[in-house]
Ligand binder design. Structure first.
Ligand code: 2BA
Ligand code: 2BA
Length: 109
């Protein structure tokens, strides 16, 4: 068994969870925040058998789009001057960042 951790954009999260349910996969959604943009994103935990990993990755790929996002300059006033970006920068936020981890045990009580 493997645990897939997928960080996706909020805009894609409903579509992805619907597609997973439709394909009979179980998942847990966590509200998360990107360390760089400091904007909300969604982290999916999907536990599934090894032979289904490719299918889950395909579903993620199909339902998550990559987009360009503008990072607005944030005033350092009262904040952390180390992270101050004085001009807007465009970054490409990927469709999904996916990790596949081995699962030692899976129990449901
Ligand atoms: P449980 O299987 O007891 O799962 C309870 C919650 O645990 C799930 O909430 C989900 O958040 C998490 N979970 C379970 N298996 C997981 C896995 N392999 N990977 C990641 N997270 C997992 P919900 O998704 O809201 O599901 C509530 C209950 O609805 C489930 O209870 C199950 O009885 C049923 N269910 C969930 N997905 C289903 C599906 N695709 N088809 C049929 N029944 C489903
Ligand atoms: P954020 O950390 O908010 O990053 C959003 C986008 O900003 C990234 O898109 C990337 O294009 C850019 N970016 C991030 N860190 C950067 C840096 N130090 N310098 C320059 N540009 C940077 P993605 O790579 O597609 O990542 C989307 C989200 O996925 C990230 O949101 C983060 O929440 C998660 N993520 C990506 N790589 C990760 C990793 N190795 N470990 C954990 N989470 C990761």
């Amino acid at each position: 068994m493997k645990l897939i951790i997928a960080v996706v954009q909020d805009k894609d999260s409903n579509r992805l969870s619907e597609a997973l349910v439709k394909a009979n996969f179980r998942a847990t959604k966590l509200a998360s925040t990107g360390g760089f943009l400091k904007a909300g994103n969604t982290t999916f935990l999907i536990g599934t058998e090894d032979e289904h990993i490719e299918q889950v990755k395909e579903i993620i790929k199909k339902n998550c789009q990559s987009r360009d996002q503008l990072v607005a300059p944030i005033s350092p006033m009262g904040g952390n001057a180390d992270s101050y970006v004085p001009y807007p920068v465009e970054v490409q936020v990927g469709g999904a960042t996916v990790f596949v981890l081995p699962v030692e045990q899976f129990e449901q009580f």
